[in-house]
Design a protein. Sequence first.
Lengths: 505, 338
Amino acid sequence: MSDEPGLLTVEGICKSFIGFKALDGVDFTIRPGEVHALLGENGAGKSTLIKVLTGVHQPDAGTIKIDGQAVHVRDTQHAQHLGIGTVYQEVNLLPDMSVADNLYIGRQPMRFGFIDRKRMEKQARELLAQYDLHLDVSSDLSRYSVAVQQLVAIARAVDMSGRILVLDEPTASLDRHETEILFAILRRLRARGLGIVFITHFLDQVYEICDRVTVLRNGKLAGSALTTELPKLELVSLMLGRTLAVATHNTRRDRPPAQIKQFSFDKLGRSRSIAPFDLEIGEGEVIGMAGLLGSGRTETAKVLFGIDPADTGQIRINGNPVVIRTPQEAVANGFGLCPEDRKSDGIIGDLSVRENIALALQAQRGWLKRLSSREQVALADKFVKALDIRTTDIEKPIKFLSGGNQQKVILARWLATNPRFLILDEPTRGIDVGAHAEIITLINQLCDDGMALLVISSEIDEIVAYSTRVVVLRDRAHRGELSGDDITTSNIMRMIAAEPQGAPA
Amino acid sequence: MKRLNTASLTKALPQLLSLLIILFLNYLAFPGFFEIRLQDGRLFGSLIDVLNRGAPVIILAIGMTAVIASRGVDLSVGAVMAVSGALAATMTVSGYPLPIVILTALGAGLVCGLWNGLLVAYFDLQPIVATLILMVAGRGVAQLITEGSIVTFNEPGLIYFGTGSFAGIPMPILIAALLLVAAIAVVRRTALGLLIESIGVNRSASSYAGLNSKMLLLVIYGFCGFCAALAGIIIAADIRGADANNAGLWLELDAILAVVIGGTSLFGGRFSILMSALGAIIIQAMNTGILLSGFPPEYNLILKALVIIVILLAQSFTSLGGWAFLKAEFRSKGTNGQ
């Protein structure tokens, strides 16, 4: 296989931005009929490499060859013409237009100078049928789930380009089932001889679907190998350039569970959102919350934090009933929430790292008691150091930081308010391995410092690693709780899949 | 600190340059433009006139800046001016004492603004639609108050707000300056600036961070309505009457324009009240200049549009780092030449 000529070969690519070398002599080869994982921490140069391949950036040095012929990719349209199609992480489709429009926009079949809607929709149906997708192609794309939208984007990219498909974190917002559908389609495209570049943060998926792995680190090629010849641990150390130090054994579970549950939620629920549930949590506890996407995890967080306030049930803190109907009331009671959708609910993109960190504390103090510039700078400096937030300047707009560093800023925002109960909704989603490990270490630290934490995550290994108790959700209801030695990956998976737990004793 | 000042000065460069050029053109058209004289204890002159005539739009722009920074817009300010002017005039004619008249007119503006805020914050209407309601209805309300006629008055107390002066400075300028200083002080001394920018950039994330974004929006729109009422009183006092049909007509557009010229993005976020006021002065300097030059007033709007295009282009050039680029180009050319 390795002797086969590359479909697309990149040799010695260099790309610098002002004072910063994003790519430094990178070689990369995609062969026909392979899924090729492109890995690396954020800032390693993955995005830049993809942007060079797709003509967004022009390389400073190096060559790009397609079928052995050197090409100069002028722009994105030229890249499509050369057969390179891309689906970005945030699907760049038009939600308010029909599925068929999205598939054929810019190249609609015409008749008498008008779009031949009938023919376009017929073609769209046929195209999607190849993917076993049977949608109403005349209805708005936004009616369908993100997963379906992703598949539509893939169908469009393959149809337009047809030789090389670049997928930038396609599974970041998919649940397990949706991921499997996507993988089935990728296998089919692979069988058709497409070269597929697959960028992801999920290492399991690399081993599930990818034939070959290329790892970038600090703009340089760290290594490239067949997946079968590269053990996971080696892959991780390639990515990090060091060995990963995350304790997989959960020592906290050996301690007796917290006796006093300061926070108790009694039959809390919200109609059409989450069925009434009971939850108790004490200081120094981490409750892991597992379940598929849409199982009610985020809904639980929103009810607890007063974003979508509960319509039934009661909240007690240290035995005293409290009312939480708005985030302000939640914050006043010492709650904090790092939301799942970092971009739309977390960061204030145009504002600086400093302002983003100060925001929750400022909101809590009220508008009259302004944190002085000096206090804000001190706060930001403190957390940039404590959480190792990588930014050139605390005055940099947060939108220019990588996902992992944005997440740390949001965490800092809450830690600045000194919360007693912190809810983290998918704190490690879409961030690189290094930041991932740091956030898990932080969760453990906060818990040791006596904070009560509720952590929602799709990564079950992760939940097993830090939780003192685990709540499993299914179909918008809390279905069960695991504690102590019962917290294992297989038990959680069984509860999610609604199978009887362990052996029927 | 020094670096910060030069940075903000570079940012304001297109506006300041525009103003200087417009003032210079005014001077060419009317050589006496820069003359200022003291007469009967009051300052007179074209420059003073620019500020005096510009005061209502400066006041509107101060309120509008907060609204636009919150990613909104208030189309109703012109109509609210008509309402407050109508109230002030009719109540004065009916013999109410001045303090009651002023407070009622200002209060009415505040209520109008709060209504807008209610629609935007609590009923989630798009600001442009929400304020369009009052833009149309407000003028109707004003007409009801004046019963369809132009209400004139001769109460010296009220007239003082339009044509009076204090320490030589015409009242409209004084009021606008005081409001400007107060608004900037409030934004700087409290956290309001940060909170407004925050909801302007991302309202959802701001709510998640514990900001009471609804209440904040209510306050912002309320303040904008208050500013509009103030401007309405000044204009009514100036012409000694309330014309429900024409008072403040189209001024909402001048106010929005002033904010945009001042560099606040219509997409919300970073704002500068001082720069908005500068924007309002630029607009008025243009209006005055065209009048002084003896051009037929028909050209006014077209000329205004041209100047605005130039200013906006210069602005986007600056924000893209164009000046620094040119400087570097110039320098490298210079060294090459040697």
